[in-house]
Design a protein around this ligand. Sequence first.
Ligand code: ADP
Ligand code: MG
Length: 278
Amino acid sequence: MQKAIEIKNLQYKYSRDEEEIIAIYNMSLDIYEGEFVGIIGHNGSGKSTLAKLINGIIMPTAGDIFVYGMNTKDEEKIWEIRQKAGIVFQNPDNQIVATIVEEDVAFGPENLGVEPGEIRRRVDDSLEIVRMSEFKDRKPHQLSGGQKQRIAIAGILAMEPRCIIFDEATAMLDPSGREEVLECIKQLNKENHTTVVYITHYMEEIVDADRIIVLNQGDILMQGSPKEIFARVEELQEVFLDVPNITHLAYELKKEGLAIPDGILTVDELVENLCQFN
Ligand code: ADP
Ligand code: MG
């Protein structure tokens, strides 16, 4: 399998006044082409710093990051890196630059020097993927949070990235907006095989990720399948993380003495296990 992102002995320090804050300690990690990787961790665990490092917005203090083989420290490659690995942030209002939806989506490819006919095609295709074609002439400020975030995603898609990093991209949305955006991301991963690095604090959103990585104080605390990670309820609680509600319910029932396996992820799984007792 081809590596989309290769992180080697990465360290990152912020300097504020006289003080140094180590946000990432000696981290090594590979993310493969087509993978859907969920990243969780308490506030301040280094998630956003990692996202910015992958996108070349900030540079490692030590170690290296390769995006499709290109070192983020290579200044000549920085635009290609940002085109291949796009990033979607928490607040859609900070990412929308134009006053009309389709102009906003065209902004990225225009800056990449893509020719006009090709820009038109990409804008139409991207809006179609996020199901916002009928809003192409609207003003972004007239849209809901979920719709704006889908426009921000279309803007990234128009650059034809191979990988997209979502840094709590659903955090400011209401439940229906969250669902719209997540569905669209899952579809991109399944149908276009876009590599997805999905940072979230909603555990439910990553129950079907290929892999979950848990960060704590700038380090990888654990990684594994959703089933493996969410089976470790108590260890997660120690670093102030939850598990999905249904996993928690199953965990409590097991503590009460019911023979239920660890790491239940869906209602169906729990029901199946409970029905065995009849
Ligand atoms: P997360 O996204 O997981 O909440 P961050 O990557 O934002 O974590 O932060 C990691 C650590 O780096 C925290 O201790 C945070 O206070 C510190 N940090 C983040 N941004 C800055 C900054 N601009 N200046 C100084 N310290 C920062
Ligand atoms: Mg953050």
